[in-house]
Design a protein around this ligand. Structure first.
Ligand code: NAD
Length: 482
């Protein structure tokens, strides 16, 4: 890769690009070919120590003294630099993650938009005055936590960095970012652009490395005052347990088994692109993937047939060829997904997409698969596959739709398709998820829309203005003046 403006084998600590403690590296793989194309830094607990100290120093220095207006200006400038490099960032991300170029480009555009949004919001978070006893004036202040830790996964690095690091910096925190070992390049690219935009040294530190080394050290670090974790349920539990020892707050953005519910009066022409795309986008490696399609019995055959037509036309191939679906992230992920697909041997496969002829043999390609007429208790209807597969589940009436929609351990996102406005409103109340989309799914990404889960999908909210409350702490000041 010749477009990089940073050294991926280094960590960024206190504004300096350093060889990690011990000089270790990890292989950098292109999932489209399976080839090793370079090396990334293997940050260690000692690097995390240094990064936390640098963040603390930034809080005590220029960054901590900067006004909210100026913080907002720096973030806005960061967004502008990201916007200028969208095409480069897209190629880097497509090569690193394996996502089709148009998706990688959309992620870069979203990162720029997050920075624009949080840049504009930085000076608009206000406290309040509280009427109180005679002789008192009481008011609240929204203050940064201090040092925030950000542990992010490989599936949408730029979007997740935008929504968590962007909001944390807007509130004046200093951040330590641990990107995923499978895909850390855009985290480093972003940090280099942030420095160029005038973000003071130490306000953002990036330490790539293994989860069980650098990640675990960050989650457990006593100098970290808030942890934002996005990833799997098991690791989320470990991160929360580690942070609990320091009694610091944690935001967990975990997995999902999100439904789109199609009633018999749905506008199918409108719904169909969303039904399929929300399952196969990013090769299904999306926390809010609509991996369950619930269909009212009267329209079941029609929905399955129309979705199957789309599936049969899906083309899977190298990220830079920009087809419908790219490879999954790794050989291990391919094995996991294929293991899940094998669990469907008792089910009807309505259609499969095609891996294009000539796709590199070493690439981690999985043909998208649509399963028809699946019972809600089947493992494929309960567990997060995190690959390009969807199950269609029939239901009879609204009550059953709600029961099935709420019948997993997750609660991230739901979509409802109906032309009956009253039913849509009832469903929005009845489903147990952090977001509900009525007659759409995803609302185009929704930088402005608070996002997060309930149940095993996690807790806390990122995105939108709401995230600024999560990345700050409320202080009450009661003045007695007689
Ligand atoms: P993962 O949990 O394996 O890894 C996520 C991050 O945690 C990586 O940076 C990893 O290095 C780090 N990590 C691993 N072990 C750790 C440990 N012991 N201590 C601290 N950090 C550790 O998840 P993944 O496989 O990379 O991502 C897939 C999962 O993420 C899916 O379940 C998906 O649904 C979820 N996800 C959720 C959202 C959301 O917003 N809710 C978004 C994207 C992905």
């Amino acid at each position: 890769m010749d477009r990089l403006w940073f050294d991926p084998a280094k960590v960024l600590i206190g504004g300096r690009w350093l060889v990690p403690d011990g000089g270790g590296t990890l292989p950098l793989e292109d999932p489209s070919t399976g080839a090793e194309i370079g090396a990334i830094a293997r940050g260690t607990p000692a690097d995390i120590d240094a990064a936390v100290a640098a963040a603390e120093a930034a809080r005590a220095g220029d960054w901590g003294r900067m006004t909210a207006v100026d913080r907002g200006r720096v973030l806005t400038r960061m967004g502008q630099l990201v916007a200028e490099r969208v095409d480069d960032l897209a190629v880097i991300e497509a090569t690193d993650v394996g996502k089709p170029l148009k998706q990688a480009r959309a992620d870069a555009v979203a990162l720029a938009r997050y920075l624009e949004f949080y840049g504009g919001a930085a000076d608009k978070v206000m406290g309040e005055t509280i009427p109180y006893l005679d002789g008192y004036t009481v008011y609240t202040l929204r203050e940064p936590h201090g040092v925030t830790g950000h542990i992010v996964p490989w599936n949408y690095p730029m979007q997740i960095i935008g929504r968590s690091v962007g909001a944390a910096l807007a509130m004046g925190n200093a951040a330590v970012l641990k990107p995923a070992e499978e895909a850390c390049l855009t985290a480093l690219a972003f940090a280099a652009l942030a420095a160029e935009a005038g973000l003071p040294p130490g306000a953002l530190n990036v330490v790539p490395g293994l989860g069980e080394e650098a990640g675990a050290a960050l989650a457990a670090h006593p100098g970290v005052h808030h942890v934002s974790f996005t990833g799997s349920v098991g690791v989320g539990i470990a991160v929360q347990a580690a942070a609990a020892r320091n009694v610091v707050p944690v935001t967990l953005e975990l997995g999902g088994k999100s439904p789109q519910v199609v009633f018999d009066d749905a506008d199918l022409d409108k719904a169909l692109p969303f039904l399929v795309n929300a399952g196969i986008q990013n090769a299904g490696q999306t926390c809010s993937a609509a991996s369950r399609i619930l269909v009212q019995r009267a329209r079941l055959d029609e929905v399955v047939a129309r979705m199957a037509d789309r599936y049969a036309a899906l083309r899977v191939g190298p990220a830079l060829d920009d087809l419908d679906v790219g490879p999954v992230i790794s050989a291990r992920q391919k094995e996991i997904v294929e293991g899940f697909l094998a669990l469907g041997s008792d089910l009807t496969v309505a259609a499969r997409g095609q891996v294009v002829a000539g796709a590199p043999a070493g690439g981690h390609y999985v043909a998208p698969t649509l399963f028809a007429d699946v019972r809600p208790g089947h493992r494929l209807a309960q567990e997060e596959i995190f690959g390009p597969a969807q199950v269609v589940i029939p239901f009879e009436d609204e009550a059953e739709a709600v029961a099935i929609a709420n019948g997993t351990c997750y609660g991230l996102v739901a979509g409802v398709w109906t032309e009956n406005a009253s039913r849509a409103m009832r469903m929005a109340r009845a489903v147990r998820t952090g977001q509900v989309f009525l007659n759409n799914y995803g609302a185009g990404g929704g930088v402005e829309l608070p996002f997060g889960g309930i149940g095993k999908s996690g807790h806390g909210r990122e995105k939108g203005f709401e995230a600024l409350y999560g990345f700050s702490v409320l202080k009450t000041v009661a003045a007695h003046h007689g």
